[in-house]
Design a protein around this ligand. Sequence first.
Ligand code: PRP
Ligand code: URA
Length: 212
Amino acid sequence: MKTYPNVFVFDHPLIKHKVSILRDKNTGMKEFRELIEEITTIMTYESMRDVELVPVEVETPLETTVQYRVPEESVAIVPILRAGLGMVNGVHRVFPTARVGHIGMYRDEETLEPQEYYCKLPEGIAEKTVFLVDPMLATGGSACDALAALKKRGCTHIKFMCIIAAPEGIEAVASAHPDVPVYVSTLDRCLNEHGYILPGLGDAGDRLYGTK
Ligand code: PRP
Ligand code: URA
């Protein structure tokens, strides 16, 4: 696969360990949900390396010093429904006060085309750093459309985080949205004829919520 300057694939032993359990078909709903959260938290730490800190004056018991903080109110989380919801708590562990917007997308099972069915975003989202989250990046259709929906509403600082990606999805997002950093915990081999990622983990939404 071509490499893209805006795509960051994590190569972290802890993520590898957790993804191996996530993929296992015998991993139940509760553990699956917890792992999605934990992996998202690790990814959030890593994806914040370029964050712009603001100076603040702090009084220690000994003296006054200038320190640096993340402007927490400048972060928003936008999950792509429904599976993206499973990642929200993982970002909230790092930014507990982040507002949450929702974009509803489902893939038409015949055409694999994404259909937007819902969009509700917090006020002032255009000024925030937006974490768009979805555990699965398959054809890339859902992520590309969700990114376009956010840009249409004025967002200019967007980070897209997904847990498992197919090369096809990365190519689609990286070429349609070269300005958006894409953080991927694990790059998989390919898609099958039904648009499922191989080796993948199956249907993330179904495994998170116990549906079929
Ligand atoms: C899954 C997944 C992504 C999308 C990825 O959602 O969570 O949103 O498929 O596929 P794509 O890259 O080919 O667009 P799905 O449509 O199954 O809906 P769900 O989250 O409600 O289960
Ligand atoms: N959506 C999923 O949940 N899993 C896949 O493998 C592809 C799309």
